[in-house]
Design a protein around this ligand. Structure first.
Ligand SMILES: Cc1cc2nc3c(=O)[nH]c(=O)nc-3n(C[C@H](O)[C@H](O)[C@H](O)COP(=O)(O)OP(=O)(O)OC[C@H]3O[C@@H](n4cnc5c(N)ncnc54)[C@H](O)[C@@H]3O)c2cc1C
Length: 452
């Protein structure tokens, strides 16, 4: 169907622009707006297309459909798996009602290994009995969250989005061009949520600007049983110039294999050399293993310059929500998708009213920034201080030996709350960090990095 043949779903006679009626409090917007940009939709619901069916898109679609919005979820390849380590924070299991049987491994032990092979056990003492880092396969997690969005009422469209037509007025529809097996189609919608990952087309179409990306490379390796036994509930992080000039390398346990990988921003052209570096470091532990998959994917390094334009909002990797230092993005993708979906439901009062750029900024962007900007900035600072040189990495591993540091790290990672410290212990930690950095002669050079 040609775009011109599509009925404009946004036409609303001016006589129907009226004051918004009272709605139950959970749908109540934070400010009443009466303007031509917010007409009542009169007999139909707000139509929202979510582009990308990963954790960000599916969580957005679920929130939208549950809130009464007419929701379309585009996913170009529902059966394939995003290259990913699959580690999620513990709080995500409850917050996103992830069934326990989807979890392959419960990591209760971590080792962090310095350039000189100084090894610190991270977790064996500082995790309590009920705590672990859940590890999932992305194909399993993504299919589950996507199915749940469909059950909530979202319509899954398993097609590739190829082009967006941006409307010239604040009330005309966005036209989404999509294709499968050479068959081309279009769909007109009021609002778009761009959840199409690090290579986001939606971001390009709305001129959201670029971000720097790291490249992550990993091999899935099936190990002999006795070697797999070692990684049963253990994850390893390696730091050093041999495995990455600015990030870490990892061995993560999966259902019946391990993922061995590394990432870098500044040494992308040498990523294969760094991959050889990590394989060399774990040579004996992965001996006789069989590589079953090789994968690589970009990881955004910071949020995009623009995350909302017109009636389009970006979430997850498309927006740039991956933390420095840990490279964590699954939780932030799902959380941003849900916050954006709920924001649209609130602003449109359950899909009754048209929304505007201001609504998206107020209900989604400002809420997101209020909650997470300081976390992202803090982890950016840590990455700059501790991942820059082998001396700094030795200091990092040394500092990680403190049980207090480990507990604070787990509280922040597992529960996504700014950990409440103990004043005296915090002071000791500052001096311990400073001492480690001094020993490694890097303080002077990297103090500039504190200038956030
Ligand atoms: C190697 C590696 C390891 C990682 N390990 C971890 C980890 O252990 N823990 C963690 O928290 N994070 C990890 N991350 C980061 C994490 O994978 C991402 O942050 C997360 O996947 C972001 O989710 P998303 O929904 O925003 O995007 P994605 O998961 O990338 O999903 C985007 C979806 O959009 C679809 N799509 C794209 N374009 C179109 C189009 N034009 N039309 C239709 N559909 C489209 C894609 O098929 C895809 O399904 C890792 C990343 C990499 C690369």
């Amino acid at each position: 169907m040609a775009a011109s043949q599509l009925q404009n779903p946004l036409k609303t006679p001016s006589s129907q622009l009226s004051i918004k009626k009272h709605k139950p409090s959970f749908l109540k917007p934070r400010r009443l707006t009466v303007s031509a940009a917010h007409p009542h939709l009169n007999g139909r619901k707000l139509r929202v297309a979510v582009i990308g069916g990963g954790p960000a898109g599916s969580s957005a679609a679920e929130a939208l459909a549950s809130g009464g919005i007419e929701t379309f979820l585009f996913e170009r390849s529902p059966s394939t798996a995003k290259p990913c380590g699959g580690a999620i924070p513990l709080c995500m299991v409850d917050e996103f009602s992830i069934p326990h049987h989807l979890i392959d491994r419960h990591v209760t032990k971590m080792k962090i290994i310095s350039p000189s092979n100084l090894t610190v056990d991270f977790g064996s003492k500082s995790l309590s009995a009920h705590e672990s880092i859940p590890m999932l396969r992305r194909e399993v997690l993504d299919a589950f969250v996507r199915n749940r969005a469909e059950s909530a009422g979202a319509q899954l469209i398993p097609f590739l989005v190829t082009h967006l037509e941006i409307p010239s007025s604040s009330l005309s529809p966005y036209i989404i061009h999509h294709t499968v097996n050479n068959s081309r189609k279009t769909l007109a919608v009021d609002v778009i949520v761009g959840a199409d990952g690090a290579n986001s087309k939606v971001a390009k179409f709305i001129k959201a600007g670029n971000y720097t990306c790291a490249i992550a490379f990993q091999e899935r390796i099936r190990l002999p049983d006795e070697k797999m036994e070692y990684y049963q509930n253990l994850a390893e992080m390696y730091v050093g110039n041999d495995v990455s000039p600015d990030f870490y390398a990892w061995v993560f346990p999966k259902c019946d294999h391990v993922a061995v990988g590394t990432g870098t921003v500044c040494g992308k052209q040498d990523i294969k050399m760094y991959q050889q570096g990590i394989k060399q470091r774990v040579k004996n532990k992965i001996k006789d293993g069989k590589v079953i998959k090789v994968e690589a994917h970009p990881i955004p390094e910071h949020p995009r310059p623009v995350r909302v334009r017109g009636r389009v909002a970006l979430v997850g990797d498309a927006a740039g929500y991956v933390t420095k230092c840990s490279g964590e993005g699954i939780y932030f993708a799902a959380k941003s998708g849900r916050m954006c979906g709920e924001g649209i439901v609130r602003a449109s009062e359950g899909g009754e009213w048209m929304i505007s750029e201001d609504d998206l900024k107020r209900e989604y962007l400002m809420e997101w920034d209020k909650k997470y900007v300081s976390t992202f900035r803090f982890l950016d600072l840590l990455q700059r201080v501790f991942y820059g040189s082998n001396e700094a990495r030795e200091a990092l591993v040394e500092v990680c030996g403190s049980e207090y540091v480990q507990r604070m790290t787990f509280d922040s990672y597992l529960y996504k709350k700014l950990a409440k410290g103990d004043g005296w212990e915090d002071l000791k930690m500052v001096f311990a960090n400073f001492g480690s950095l001094m020993r490694c002669k890097i303080v002077g050079r990297d103090m500039a990095a504190f200038n956030l």
